[in-house]
Design a protein around this ligand. Sequence first.
Ligand SMILES: Cc1cc2nc3c(=O)[nH]c(=O)nc-3n(C[C@H](O)[C@H](O)[C@H](O)COP(=O)(O)O)c2cc1C
Length: 245
Amino acid sequence: MNPTIDLLKAHRSIRKFTDQQVDDETLTAVIAAAQCAATSHFVQAYTVIRVRDMTKRQALATLAGPQAWVARAPVFLVFCADLNRLEVACGMQATTMEKGWAEQFVTATVDVALLAQNVLIVAESLGMGGVYIGGIRNDPQTVCNLLEIPDLAYPVFGMCLGWPAHDPPPKPRLPVDAVLFTDRYPQRHDPDKLAAYDRTTNHYFMNRDSNLKDEAWTHQMADLMGRVIRPHMKAFLEKKGFFLK
Ligand SMILES: Cc1cc2nc3c(=O)[nH]c(=O)nc-3n(C[C@H](O)[C@H](O)[C@H](O)COP(=O)(O)O)c2cc1C
């Protein structure tokens, strides 16, 4: 349809990278373009940390899974939702920031996610690839200790970036008519549509170039949603000053 749509439809997470490095100029250009993402009330409530120290990188790779690509990727970024800059702004204007509101948590988390998705798209537009790393939330306090992330900020996810050393096929998404509705929420999420999507995803999992498995989307979601994942997050966020009221 157009090059942007083609780029978006070609997305697939990349977890193997060539040895080619990403120079500072390229990374700066990627972040600058990504910062043009919309931002709630213009708050820009994010801070990104590039992790170059290999000891820290290895520690992050281990706590995230382990996930080897966290240590091996040419670039590893940690995306923080961050209210600290806004507190400085309040101080400069001799006012006090309201803290601990759930709305601020949502605002900062959405802002950093929009930034990060732009980073990935811009990187892909330059021929790079990458993958988000939610696994750093396995132990977010250790991430904060390693990277000296203060209260009123928290690591939402990491991202590996670099030049792809594999070429996996894109993963098929839900059909549009399963996610887009008009004027009202659907009476139900149609199991027939999900069964059809199971056939599509099973075909994908059985035919991709590696890690073949006889699975489908509802199997995976039933397994995932039947488990308690990262139960420490509520207490962690409260400790960091988020989500108190
Ligand atoms: C917030 C977030 C966290 C993720 N965390 C991880 C992760 O820790 N490790 C990983 O290998 N992939 C991770 N992924 C990648 C997803 O597994 C991947 O995007 C999804 O399976 C769809 O595949 P695709 O990106 O190749 O289309 C994450 C994606 C998102 C959006």
